[in-house]
Design a binder for this molecule. Structure first.
Ligand SMILES: [Zn+2]
Length: 453
């Protein structure tokens, strides 16, 4: 091939190349803008105090002008609210404090657990806009009966929320078992008695056929709520979710570790004694058989459908059986946790679910085993503390995991189209990619946080 055959005249080549460069630069500029928009919204949502545009410029490394333009887009998309300006100590215009918007965009957190069903709507500011709970016994229940009940709760929460003028970004269901990442199915939930459940009875009925329902393990989602509630920079801890079953979630630097399939953290089925009692999973002597709610209540001589507060009251009034049950459960928990600490070098344990009100009564028994069994005990402080994420944290985490999708990519949810809000009513119509992510159709949404926990 000779020189002249390589692509026409030099002038034409130059023109083609510069046009290509311009298109490429345009695309990358637009991608950069979307990325920066997410960065700014993330900083506003994660901040413990309202931030100013100047704070954001420092925090993101972007120029003041860029930050200002991005904040304007987020305000017009009703993702960020501006508070009354506060006077500065130095000269210059008063700073306008920025906070995540209240009551505009919500995530719906759903949960099916052994003794309750629930739905909770949370907005970008972290406020609960609506909640519905049914307390009942769902041990060995039929998904075909339970899921429509849960769907009814969820529908009422969605209706309440949209009547208040909020948009629903998506829904996520927390389940106490082994769940495939993001889209399911649920492989096994021993205490519910569910196996290989595709959740069709929930996903195919209104409004969830439109909104979509992601699914995840309840402990992993509770850990998402705990990360947000702690407001610490990149925390590492093991979250222990005590219910009838016991779930665990390993948080490493602010991110929930999920393992190859999203199945990690089955702490309740760690063997404490191979010759111990039979477990619902088919094995013997699992942690759950000593420290799950049913086991604790039975050992304390209390009815299993009583709330955990009954056990707290009995122990505080000095009831021997209750104290023995907690000593036995706490010891088993300490044995299981010592193996975890020996393996991971993460020395903070957060006790959630029913363990939250029991922490004071359990902690000495747990610590005794850790001191005895963790090799590094002489050199590190082993911190065992109660969760700060409130009751039924998995539902909150489920709602927050939906909101993470919005926060990490606000452009896909209308923030790059001024006026998008006014054209939308109730259920939003996000871009294709955002919609797929919300419905759990994609494998791995690209966010730093724990979106597919
Ligand atoms: Zn088991």
């Amino acid at each position: 091939m000779n020189a002249s055959g390589a692509g026409g005249s030099a002038a034409a080549r130059t023109k083609a190349t510069s046009r290509g460069r311009a298109a490429g630069a345009g695309a990358s500029q637009s991608a950069m803008r979307e990325h920066n928009l997410g960065l700014v919204l993330e900083q506003i949502v994660d901040a413990t105090e309202p931030v100013s545009r100047a704070d954001l410029a420092v925090g993101t490394g972007l120029t003041r002008a860029t930050v200002s333009a991005l904040v304007d887009l987020l305000v017009s998309a009703r993702m960020v609210d501006e508070l009354e300006p506060v006077a500065r100590r130095t000269a210059g215009r008063p700073a306008v404090p920025l906070v995540p918007a209240r009551g505009t965009i919500v995530g719906i957190g759903l949960e099916a657990n052994v003794d309750y069903l629930g739905a909770r709507a949370i907005d970008l500011a972290g406020n609960v806009l609506a909640e519905e709970i049914i307390e009942d016994d769902f041990r060995h229940s039929e998904p075909a009966e339970v899921l429509p009940l849960l769907g009814g709760l969820g529908k009422r929460v969605v209706t309440t929320t949209t009547n208040k003028g909020a948009r629903v970004a998506g829904a996520c269901l927390a389940l106490p078992g082994i769940v495939d990442r993001v889209s399911g199915p649920l492989r096994l939930a021993p205490n519910l008695g569910w196996a290989d459940e595709d959740l069709g009875a929930l996903r195919t009925v209104a409004p969830f056929d439109e909104i979509g329902v992601r699914v995840a393990n309840e402990a992993n989602l509770a850990a998402v709520a705990e990360i947000r509630a702690q407001h610490a920079a990149r925390p590492s801890f093991l979250y222990v979710s005590g219910e009838v079953g016991i779930g665990g979630a390993l948080v490493d630097g602010g991110v929930v570790f999920k393992g190859d399939h999203g199945w990690s953290g089955e702490l309740g089925h760690v063997t404490v004694d191979p010759n111990g009692p039979d477990c619902t999973c088919g094995s013997e002597g699992c942690l759950e058989t000593y420290a799950g709610k049913d086991s604790l209540m039975a050992a304390a001589g209390l009815a299993r459908d009583l709330p955990v507060e009954a056990l707290v009251d009995a122990a505080r009034s000095g009831d021997e059986k209750a104290l023995d049950a907690l000593a036995r459960g706490g010891r088993a928990l300490g044995i299981a946790l010592s193996s975890f600490m020996n393996l991971t070098d993460i020395n903070e344990v957060v006790l959630g679910g029913i363990y939250s009100p029991l922490t004071d009564l359990l902690v000495d028994h747990v610590r005794r085993e850790l001191d005895r069994r963790v090799l590094t005990a002489p050199w590190v402080e082993m911190n065992v503390k109660a969760s700060v994420s409130g009751t039924r944290a998995a539902m909150s985490g489920a709602a927050l995991s939906v909101l993470h999708l919005v926060v990490s990519n606000p452009g896909a949810w209308g923030a790059l189209e001024p006026g998008a809000w006014s054209e939308l009513e109730g259920i939003p119509v996000p871009s294709g990619a955002a919609r797929q992510a919300a419905q759990g159709a994609t494998g791995q949404p690209a966010t730093k946080q724990v979106v597919d926990a």
